[in-house]
Design a protein around this ligand. Structure first.
Ligand SMILES: CC(C)(COP(=O)(O)OP(=O)(O)OC[C@H]1O[C@@H](n2cnc3c(N)ncnc32)[C@H](O)[C@@H]1OP(=O)(O)O)[C@@H](O)C(=O)NCCC(=O)NCCS
Length: 331
């Protein structure tokens, strides 16, 4: 038997919690306006969990949807990679909790931390297991409960994020369709531009870290914005040029949803027509590891993503982490 050359996505499932927090809701709690949020970010509303609902709960729902779409039981999955920056706990890993909640035994898994690029990184890690022929079915999940690490009195950060999850099943491709290539980069010089300082080994949780609000997201918005605008386009250009592909060949561009202005600037730089660019930040905000699978779902629902389409995925996140993936859509 010939070894498979590519891994492919064979199912997609997504989940967002039912509770919605609108821009108008924020007008009542912090000094902001629907108009400011909409024009600066493109966000109208985001979904937020109820107290007691964790990242593994959202991940589980998305995983169940993906398994149902593929028509298989959880028992057929061999490994689970959970991309998240808001694990239920520092340990055990959220992947263990998802495995247990799925009710399967004898499989393995782990979490992958790369903030807003984590789904793309996890997708590639899962793909490598398929390519090495050690696994036939890998579940890759992006799930984040950003509301658990936001300071809802800080208007500059709390309006940006939402909660959600997305999952895909990865399997070997019998042909040239599937994940074609990727370009990833990290740049730790940007660590102080977007981070959560408290609760780790550097600043273990204490009364002092809580009083200083170190358990919340801290961000230099403009620094992140400038880096994201530059790097998202750059990484896509590198990937496209290495594969001899022009932006005109791309059928669907699915970027991380951090800010509509970042997405539009990237699309303009690449010369992508607006109809090829998927934007759903208005409905979900920035759900960190979940934005790309949620945007894949939106693209399908809107009839803008079809089997055989050439798809470009791109992300920039805390770290900094940067990623781009080229694939031929297979479902
Ligand atoms: C956060 C972000 C929307 C802020 O937009 P901006 O145009 O850069 O705004 P600035 O930070 O320059 O702030 C401009 C003013 O708006 C104010 N402001 C911030 N948040 C506000 C809000 N929700 N409502 C009203 N005013 C707000 C600021 O206090 C500032 O006021 P000042 O001029 O009196 O100091 C933007 O920087 C951004 O999207 N950055 C990237 C963030 C990101 O993507 N993070 C995740 C990466 S994966």
């Amino acid at each position: 038997m010939s070894q498979c050359r590519r891994a492919k996505i064979t199912a997609l499932g997504t989940y967002v919690p039912p509770r919605v927090l609108t821009n108008q809701d924020f007008e009542k709690t912090v000094e902001t306006s629907d108009e400011w949020i909409l024009t600066r970010t493109g966000i109208r509303e985001r979904h937020i969990v109820e107290k007691g609902v964790a990242t593994s709960d959202l991940a589980l729902e998305a995983a169940k949807c993906a398994l149902a779409e593929r028509g298989i039981g959880a028992g057929e999955i061999e490994a689970i990679v959970v991309a998240t920056v808001t694990p239920d706990m520092l340990f055990p890993s959220t992947a263990c909790l998802v495995q247990h909640k799925l009710g399967v035994k004898g499989i393995w898994g782990f979490d992958l931390s790369a903030a807003c690029s984590a789904f793309l990184y996890a997708l590639q890690v899962g793909a490598q297991f398929i390519l090495s022929d050690t696994h036939k079915k890998v579940l890759v999940i992006g799930s984040d409960v950003m509301s658990s690490i936001l300071d809802y009195t800080d208007r500059a950060t709390c309006i940006l994020f939402g909660d959600g999850a997305g999952a895909v099943v990865l399997e070997p491709s019998e042909d040239d369709n599937g994940i074609i290539d990727f370009q990833h980069e990290v740049d730790g010089s940007g660590a102080c531009s977007l981070y959560m300082p408290g609760g780790g080994s550097l600043h273990p949780s204490s009364q002092e870290t809580v009083e200083k609000k170190m358990h919340f997201v801290h961000q230099d918005g403009q620094a992140v914005f400038k880096y994201a605008v530059r790097k998202m386009g750059e990484v896509c250009e590198t990937l496209l040029s290495r594969n001899g592909i022009s932006a005109q060949d791309i059928d669907c561009f699915i970027p991380h949803q951090a800010n509509q202005r970042i997405i539009r600037a990237t699309a303009d730089r690449l010369g992508l027509k607006p109809e090829k660019v998927i934007i759903n930040i208005d409905r979900y905000g920035n759900t960190t590891a979940a934005t790309i699978p949620l945007a894949m779902q939106t693209a399908r629902e809107e009839g803008r993503l079809k089997k055989g389409d050439l798809v470009l995925l791109a992300s920039v996140g805390a770290g900094f982490t940067v990623g781009a993936t080229l694939l031929r859509w297979t479902i």
